[in-house]
Each structure stands twice: as C-alpha cells, then as structure tokens.
Design a binder for this molecule. Structure first.
Ligand SMILES: O=C[C@H](O)[C@H](O)[C@H](O)COP(=O)(O)O
Length: 276
C-alpha cells in the first residue's frame, strides 16, 4: 500500500471492504485522488445518528459515495443528510443517504464540503459551482464544518488564485446590481467582474438552484482589504442575495498533498498530521 494514502482508520475500514471500495492507490496521485483521500478522512468523523450537511462539488461527491457505502454496509446507521444543492440531493439519493432539510433538522452535527480557496485563517471562497447560498445556510447551521481540499486550494489571500469570488444576485435588473458591484471595487487595480453564463452559451445567464444569477468578481492580486468589511459592503447592495466568502465558518480543513501527506488544520492554525 502506498505510503500516506491510507490512514490507520481508513486502513481498518479498507480491511473490511472488497478492493472496489478502497481509495485508488496510483503511483502519481491525480487531483481527484487527493480530493478522494481528503473526503474519506472527513467521513471518518461521521458517527451513526448524525445529521450531516452534504456538500456540493467534485470533492464532496467522494464523501457522499463513502457515506453511502458505509450506510449500505451497516457501519453507519440513522444518518440524516441535508443536501446543499439539487445535484447533491440527486447523488445522495442515488447512493442511499436518507435526506431531510433545515426546516425539519435546524441543527446539523457535521457538514463536509469542498472549497475553491482556503486562506491561512480558514476563510473560504465557495460557489464556483453556484451552490453558495444553500451551502452557507446549511454549513452555518452546523456544529462542525469540515472542509476537504487538495493542496492546490490553499492560498495566501482569498481571490488570490485568480479565479472568481461569486456573488448570487436576483435576476431582476442584474446589470444594475452588477454596476453597483463594479462601483464598489472601482478603485482596486486589476479588479473586474462578469455575469456568469451557461457553459457553451455566452448569451444565457447561469441560473442557480434558487433561480438566481451569479456575478463573478475577480481580484488580480487577491482581496487585500478587511474581509468582513468587503463582505458587509457586498451584502449591503440591494439585489445581492449572498456571496461566496465563507468567513470564520470552517472548524477545520483537511488538506491532501501530492506527497501523500494529509493534514488537518483547525481555525487556531494548529496542524495535525493525519498521514504521510
Ligand atoms: O458551488 C460549489 C461549491 O462551493 C464547491 O464546494 C466548490 O466549488 C468546490 O468544488 P470542487 O470540490 O469541485 O472543487
């Protein structure tokens, strides 16, 4: 077994499973292998009887698969999942995770989700897949929110990867809302923004699960201003529903590295080597 790609706990669970359920052990891990490794470690925190926030995206899907697997095997019982998107809802159903919502289960024991960026204080950018609003509601209602990423998601400054900081807006006069957002950041060198469009159709705005639009903000040098002030200013614009900065929400982040090392970092900056 390759060093670092199976923790003691995962190894124990691997021993109980046929090879098909094991994490793939490739010589050079792909980014998807790393996402899977981080996800499996997070699922080690799940206990029977928990209400779980089920994240969205290519990393979270590995957690869904793993949870479904453990439910089918009887290792996890009485799990209730709260999906953060319609996509996750469909996938969770397909893998056999019983589902509910925040109206019925307003307190979530543990949420597990990916992120687009994680800064050294565990502030996050999420929502490049468009699911930021439901994610923020469910993860904000969680006693514990564990973020799962491969090492490429770690940045010094939010926005610093050059990718978007998403803002969900109501469709009504979204160009008007966009011009207000443009005005807010007009003095910042390298700032630009654009309305997110449907893949393959640049004329049609992308629509979220909540039937809203998304305006993507780009900060060439990352966000250098106070993040809480930036958050407040964006939320003050009428027409904005929510943004993808998740500030002070994550309890910890599990980071899988190319060298096989897996580390959990908590919000105090304390690192725990899980493996490798
Ligand atoms: O809207 C999408 C979500 O916020 C995802 O959690 C985020 O984009 C990370 O996705 P992935 O795991 O696919 O990189």
């Amino acid at each position: 077994m390759q060093r670092g790609f199976c923790s003691t706990v995962i190894r124990r669970r691997c021993d109980q499973m046929p090879p098909a359920a094991d994490p793939p052990l490739t010589t050079t891990p792909t980014q998807d292998d790393l996402k899977r490794v981080a996800a499996y470690h997070a699922v080690d925190l799940v206990q029977s009887g928990m209400v779980l926030g089920l994240g969205t995206g290519s990393t979270a899907v590995h957690a869904l698969d793993r949870i479904g697997d453990l439910i089918r095997r009887g290792t996890l019982r009485d799990i209730v999942g709260i999906p953060t998107s319609t996509k996750t809802e469909a996938h969770a159903r397909a893998v056999g995770i019983p589902l509910s919502d925040l109206d019925v289960h307003p307190v979530v024991d543990l949420s597990i989700d990916g992120a687009d960026e994680v800064d050294p204080h565990l502030n996050l950018i999420k929502g490049r897949g468009g699911s930021l609003l439901r994610e923020k509601m469910i993860e904000g209602a969680s006693k514990r929110f564990v973020v799962i990423v491969d090492e490429t998601k770690m940045v010094n400054l939010l926005g610093g990867s050059g990718m978007a900081v998403p803002v969900e807006v109501i469709p009504f006069c979204s160009k008007f809302t966009m011009s207000n957002l443009r005005r807010l950041f007009s003095g910042i060198p390298g700032f630009h923004l654009r309305l997110r469009t449907t893949p393959g159709d640049e004329m049609t705005p992308a629509v979220t699960d909540n039937l809203n639009h998304v305006i993507d903000l780009f900060f060439e040098d990352g966000i250098t201003s106070d993040l809480d002030a930036v958050s407040d200013a964006i939320l003050k614009i009428v027409g904005v529903v929510e943004h993808g900065m998740f500030l002070g929400m994550a309890t910890s982040v599990i980071v899988a590295g190319k060298d096989g090392g897996v580390t959990e970092i908590n919000r105090m900056g304390v690192r725990r080597i899980i493996s490798g």
